[in-house]
Ligand binder design. Structure first.
Ligand code: COA
Length: 324
């Protein structure tokens, strides 16, 4: 569907901006070859994205062919637009098209959702000085990427002991949706204090810990854990595993950790693995997003105690914000 004329939107003689539909799926798949080492998440999200409420997936087309994509998702009760999935076809890169797409996406959001005040995005690549001027860095998490074979890990998971450590107040608890919302995320909620800038990031998507996001988070089948329900020091969110469409069968298992307390985080990791790994039939890439100081000891735990393979060294996930 061709998009309406938007006052002030950037013009580019060669480019046409349209809303994405199911029809363009194959073109999106071919554009995603080579992205994230061939493990691009976008094809697995595309179908739900094009139908999701409050989300606009915009394609840039040149002579009828898709050469770029941007998604803008309105969250935080209408205050924030999340920029996701930005990509430009390899043969069109380096000419500023990503910038044109972003400006168009922001204008479209402002036009359709005048309540939106800021745009947010998460990235794991180094920011240029110009970009550091453009965005405010809201928070930073370390990224620990490990892989394993699920049936192999499953066969020995129950016999893996936790290393000795300081005693903890109680075993890790699995939070019910009511606990997550009522006790942990409401104004003055306990979990809020653990979150940098009162923002949780779930699998690359940042959400303010506010009632405006409750329904959305509830629909996501997230496994929420904390070390304690009275005074939590560390909490984690495990996203339901999803297959990576490209290449041999492989799943992503993504876990976001907030707060401090290594032992609590290790216990929660073991619990998330025990819940999901026995149901997975193939290799798994597990991304742990955690406070930077927890990266090294958690990497040692994953490799030395759990026997997982480290995919790469320390990298960072940045949450960025700009006014729009
Ligand atoms: C990253 C990518 C979209 C850049 O596209 P491009 O058209 O070659 O980028 P250009 O260097 O010509 O455009 C520069 C503009 O894009 C912005 N940009 C570049 N990389 C970006 C990124 N990862 N996230 C957000 N904006 C980015 C720059 O800030 C700049 O904006 P400006 O015009 O306002 O200054 C492209 O290389 C790509 O598709 N890579 C693979 C997928 C990917 O890594 N996507 C990013 C995260 S989802």
């Amino acid at each position: 569907m061709k998009l309406e004329a938007i006052p002030g939107a950037p013009q580019d003689g060669d480019l046409e901006f349209v809303l994405a539909t199911e029809k363009e799926f194959e073109e999106i798949v071919s554009m995603s070859h080579g992205i994230y080492g061939g493990l691009d998440y976008l094809p697995s999200r595309y179908h739900s994205w094009v139908n999701e409420k409050d989300r606009m997936v915009v394609l840039a087309k040149k002579k009828g062919d898709v050469i770029g994509l941007i998604s803008m998702f309105v969250v935080d009760g209408g205050e924030t637009a999340l920029l996701e999935g930005l990509r430009v076809a390899p043969w069109e890169r380096g000419r500023g098209i990503a910038g044109v797409l972003q400006r168009f996406g922001c204008q479209l959001v402002k036009h359709r959702y005048p309540s939106v005040k800021v745009m947010r995005l998460t990235r794991d690549d180094k920011l240029t000085p110009k970009e550091l001027n453009k965005y405010k860095v809201i928070s930073k998490q370390g990224i620990l990427l490990v892989h394993f074979n699920a049936p192999e890990l499953s066969s020995r998971l129950s016999s893996i002991p936790l290393p000795p450590g300081p005693s903890r107040p109680s075993p890790p608890i699995l939070l019910s949706p009511e606990e997550v919302q009522g006790v942990f995320l409401e104004r003055g909620g306990l979990l809020k204090d653990l979150l940098p800038n009162q923002t949780l990031i779930q699998d690359w998507q940042p959400f303010q810990a506010s009632p405006g996001n409750h329904d959305l988070l509830r629909r996501k089948s997230i496994r929420w854990m904390a070390d304690d329900s009275i005074r939590p020091r560390v909490a984690s969110l495990c996203t339901a595993p999803f297959p990576v469409p490209a290449g041999p069968l492989c799943f992503y298992l993504n876990i976001d950790v907030f707060g401090s307390g290594l032992r609590g985080a290790q216990e929660q990791l073991l619990s998330h693995l025990a819940a999901h790994v026995p149901l997975l039939p193939a290799d798994v890439k597990c991304q742990l997003f955690l406070p930077p100081s927890m990266w090294r000891p958690m990497a040692d735990f994953c490799t030395n105690v759990l026997g997982l393979k480290l995919d790469k060294g320390y990298t960072e996930q940045y949450l960025l914000e700009a006014d729009i």
